[in-house]
Design a binder for this molecule. Structure first.
Ligand code: ZN
Length: 674
């Protein structure tokens, strides 16, 4: 009997086997400035039934938060998305007309950005179809298919959303961080309403938690003014976004039944209780339990996590990633983590800024099983959490690199021809082929598990001292740590890189990207805004200028095109080390003015003619500057008693199909949330 069952089971598994890299089609779709890829989930089939079931319920919890992010990004986003989807699915007119095609394009962009503002550039993008067409199209479909709010008429709804969609003088930027303006009044995101920046700052100053174990004030709340009083609307079951959070909590409770161990069960149940109460002390408990859970194979992030989207950097957007450990690759990061103290002790920063004892640096390589909320469709390739510094200091942090996502980027990139166009010579191209992916993964590992975890603040220095430049400088610090150590003989000694030649692939690509390639993403006339892009230019520009007298890195011209040439890799490493010392000094002393000067001198202004040249060269390659993903589809298989006997994975769903399905199956929030 047992043998028979096993045979049947094996046969079934063969049919669902994740294809090998060479048999997998990564490309899904391309439009505007976006390419959609899919990613493999290798080894999913090798998980136990319990682990697969756990993954399944966690992915269900992940998908149920999608609408929260739309509403956080701008209060009109859900109404606009639902109206567009209603037209897209029910329109009876000519679906081949240019207007309809442009509506489809706009809807695809809205899905990608989780709203009407560019996911990266933050600017509102305008429809390329006419307002008249839109009005007519909306009016041509059944009113009961439209997201009418509190029994309003179609005209009233259009009067509200059309200016938001079509006018170029309202809600133009999702998150404004330009100095000297009221950041709340000039940002379209929905973290505040009816309050000024000064009122919010006064509110939080009055509620500051000065205890030993402070809560992350404002992390899960919108600030509004009711009857003249400034107050928080907390994200919780029964509160703001309550319908979605209650569904998420239900899925998490199911997941908890399949937890791999008691520690993991505690993590999940803490999260449930935090969603139910909205209490940030419980969130701290959850974070601490989560850091301690290092033995489970399956892991997840689910919640209000990163604060990049709030102009004041306090309230977090909702996101989720479900994942499981990639056992083979994790050996690599464990080698790094086990030597964390060596790296800290030998880093080129002043002794008083070094941690005497680096603890809790866990590092692993994961396989993402689902991307959701602010990690979808565009996603990070590494994560380091929790964000609260006191928890990181006392309990450590978990740091991961998501290798199946990197794999998808790398495999898709093989067809683009970028290295032929932008690399100086065969030498750089060859080195990149041999060591590019390897050193890229290593740089991400070093950035995440050592870079962010390294160094310490001097006593009395406030964690938010660097204000609006904090993210740029922190990302810069982590990148520099990674760059410096990519070229350390210790890495070769540990067997992580094969020789002292490999790191040059990473150096070349980093400099090329920081000085040139990333400019392709910036529209003519615009400067750098996003923290990661700023940090990359800050580093590349600083070492370029400081190495100029010795000709360490130079621009060369060939056939009217610009190229980067690195003449002295050893000296370049020293310059990375010098800058790391400077950035660490700024961070440790909380020197706002010095940080600001560094960012403003090197990170913001772009070389306009060079940018235009790169955009032109890129345009010929037809490579989309931004990429995102569709998720695989997980389906539980039930026996006649309703028990899950397997979870299958399917890679065939398209981009449009997926978003329409999510909107049908996972959309429980009201069109406007208050
Ligand atoms: Zn980082």
């Amino acid at each position: 009997m047992a043998l028979l069952a096993m045979t049947a089971c094996n046969k079934k598994q063969e049919q669902q086997q994740t294809p090998a890299i060479e048999d997998f089609t990564y490309h899904v779709d391309q439009f505007y400035d976006l390419e959609i890829l899919r990613y493999r989930v290798p080894d999913f089939e090798q998980l136990s039934l319990q682990q697969k079931t756990l993954v399944y319920y966690l992915t269900e919890a992940a998908l149920r938060g999608r609408d929260i992010l739309y509403d956080q990004n701008c209060k009109h986003n859900l109404c606009i998305r639902r109206t567009l989807e209603a037209v897209y699915e029910n329109y009876q007119g000519d679906k081949n007309s240019e207007d309809f095609k442009n509506l489809e394009l706009y809807l695809k962009r809205v899905w990608f950005s989780n709203g009407i503002h560019h996911h990266y550039g933050e600017d509102k993008f305008l429809p390329e179809f006419s307002q008249d067409f839109f009005t007519e199209a909306v009016k041509s479909i059944d009113a009961d298919k439209l997201p009418l709010w509190n029994g309003e008429s179609v005209d009233d709804m259009l009067a509200r959303i059309e200016p938001v969609m079509f006018r170029n003088d309202t809600l133009m930027k999702k998150c404004n961080q330009a100095e000297g303006q009221d950041l709340i009044a000039t940002s379209a995101c929905n973290y505040y309403e009816g309050v000024t920046q000064a009122e919010v700052e006064a509110y939080y100053a009055a509620h500051k938690d000065t205890s030993e174990a402070p809560i992350s004030l404002g992390l899960n709340a919108k600030i509004i003014k009711r009857n003249g009083v400034v107050e928080e609307q907390v994200y919780k079951v029964g509160g703001l976004y309550g319908d979605a959070l209650s569904d998420i909590a239900d899925c998490l409770k199911k997941a908890a039944e399949y937890a791999e161990n008691e520690q993991q069960k505690e993590v999940i149940l803490n999260l449930v209780s935090y969603y139910e109460s909205g209490d940030l002390h419980t969130f701290n408990d959850y974070c601490i339990a989560w850091v301690k859970d290092i033995n489970s194979r399956v892991d997840f992030v689910n919640g209000f996590t990163e604060t990049y989207g709030d102009p004041l950097g306090l309230t977090a957007s909702w996101e989720s990633i479900v994942n499981f450990k990639n056992l083979e690759a994790t050996e690599r990061t464990e080698k790094i983590a086990n030597n964390a103290q060596y790296f800290e002790d030998n880093s080129p920063v002043a002794p008083e800024y070094k941690k005497k004892e680096v603890k809790g640096v866990t590092a692993k390589v994961i396989t993402a099983a689902i991307l959701a909320g602010d990690c979808y469709p565009s996603t990070p390739i590494g994560i380091n959490l929790p964000n609260a510094n006191w928890i990181r200091q006392q309990y450590g942090s978990k740091s991961v690199t998501i290798e199946n996502i990197t794999e998808a980027y790398d495999e898709a990139a093989k067809g683009y021809g970028t290295s032929k166009e932008f690399f100086w010579s065969e030498e750089e191209i060859e080195r990149s082929k041999l060591y590019g992916t390897m050193t890229d993964n290593l740089h991400t590992d070093l950035h995440e598990c050592l870079g962010h975890a390294s160094g310490q603040l001097l006593p009395g220095v406030a964690e938010d001292a660097l204000k609006e430049h904090a993210k740029t400088l922190e990302e810069g610090r982590a990148d520099l740590f990674g760059l410096y150590y990519c070229a350390d003989p210790k890495i070769v000694e540990l067997g992580i890189l094969p020789n002292m030649e490999a790191y040059k692939a990473q150096y070349y690509e980093y400099m090329l990207n920081g000085l040139m390639l990333q400019l392709r993403r910036i529209e003519p006339g615009k400067d750098l805004e996003e923290a990661h892009m700023r940090n990359r230019q800050m580093i590349a520009q600083w070492v370029y200028e400081h190495g100029q007298a010795e000709n360490v890195v130079e621009f060369k011209e060939r056939d009217g095109k610009h190229f980067i040439v690195i003449n002295n890799y050893e000296r370049l490493r020293e310059l990375f080390g010098e800058l790391l010392g400077i950035v660490q000094d700024i961070k440790s002393r909380g020197d706002y003015e010095a940080g600001k000067a560094l960012v403003e001198t090197y990170a913001v202004k772009v070389n306009e003619p060079l940018k235009l040249e790169i955009r032109e060269r890129y345009a010929k390659l037809n490579v989309a500057p931004y990429k995102g993903f569709v998720n695989p589809v997980y389906k539980p298989v039930f026996d006649k008693n309703g028990n899950i006997t397997d979870v299958t994975i399917d890679y065939t769903e398209g981009y449009v199909e997926q978003h329409l399905r999510y909107s049908h199956d996972y959309s429980v929030l009201p069109t406007y949330n208050e």
